[in-house]
Design a protein around this ligand. Structure first.
Ligand code: CU
Length: 221
C-alpha cells in the first residue's frame, strides 16, 4: 500500500515537473519569427498587426495581457492601434482640458464613455476576439483601433516595420496581417515555425494616410 502511494505521488510530481521542464528548456523547444512589413514601395510600415494562429486550434485561449491605456491627447488617440489578447482590459484616459466621448459599434465590443474632463475610465473588458474601431462623438476625425487576439502570438510593427514574435511552439500557422490603411481584407500567409528564428516578409497595399487636424492645444497631459 505504501509503495502504491509513493508511485502515485511520483506520477503527480512527474506531470507537474513536465510543465516546469518545458519552461526551463523553452529556448530549444520554441521558435521565433521576425516579420518585416513593407509597403508596395518597400518602405517599412508601422502599426501593422501580425497574428499567428495554429492551423488546428485546440481551443485554448491565451492569458490576458496587462491592462493597457488608450490616451486622448490633442484630439487624437494614442496609440493608434492597441493589441491585446481576449479577456484583457483597456482604460481610456482623457489628457485634454475638454471633453471626449469615445464609443464603438464594433461586433467585438459596443460601449461608450463620456469624459467631460480629464480622467481615466474604469477598465473595459474585451471578452470577444476581433477588431474594434473607436470613434469620438464630439471629434469626428478621432479614430483608433483595438485588435483583440484569440492567439497569444500577436504583435505590432515598430517604425522599422519589424514584428518580433518569440516563444512560438514549432508548427504550421496562419499569419494574419492587418493595418488600419490596408486596402481590402487582412492578408493571410501560411508560415512554418521551427526551433530557430524564421524570417518572413509581407508587402501591404495601403491607402494614403489621412490628413489629421490635431488640436492646436499643446498643454501638459
Ligand atoms: Cu473627442
Amino acid at each position: 500500500m505504501r509503495s502504491l502511494k509513493k508511485a502515485s505521488l511520483g506520477l503527480v510530481l512527474c506531470v507537474g515537473l513536465t510543465g516546469v521542464w518545458a519552461a526551463v528548456t523553452g529556448a530549444s523547444s520554441t521558435g521565433s519569427v521576425s516579420y518585416s512589413v513593407l509597403d508596395t514601395e518597400n518602405k517599412p510600415v508601422v502599426d501593422a498587426v501580425v497574428r499567428l494562429s495554429p492551423l488546428v486550434s485546440d481551443g485554448t485561449l491565451p492569458a490576458a495581457t496587462e491592462e493597457k491605456i488608450i490616451d486622448q491627447y490633442r484630439q487624437a488617440y494614442e496609440p493608434l492601434v492597441t493589441v491585446v489578447t481576449v479577456g484583457s482590459a483597456v482604460r481610456f484616459k482623457n489628457s485634454d482640458p475638454f471633453g471626449h466621448h469615445v464609443y464603438s459599434f464594433s461586433q467585438a465590443k459596443q460601449f461608450e464613455y463620456r469624459q467631460p474632463t480629464r480622467g481615466t475610465t474604469d477598465p473595459l473588458l474585451l471578452d470577444k476576439p476581433g477588431l474594434i474601431a473607436l470613434g469620438c462623438n464630439i471629434h469626428d476625425h478621432m479614430l483608433a483601433y483595438i485588435f483583440v487576439s484569440d492567439s497569444p502570438n500577436v504583435a505590432i510593427s515598430d517604425s522599422d516595420g519589424r514584428v518580433q514574435l518569440a516563444g512560438v511552439t514549432p508548427g504550421t500557422y496562419t499569419a494574419t496581417i492587418w493595418h488600419p490603411r490596408l486596402k481590402g481584407d487582412p492578408i493571410e500567409q501560411e508560415i512554418t515555425i521551427t526551433d530557430t528564428e524564421v524570417a518572413a516578409e509581407v508587402s501591404l497595399d495601403l491607402k494614403p494616410p489621412r490628413r489629421v487636424r490635431k488640436s492646436s492645444y499643446s498643454g501638459d497631459r
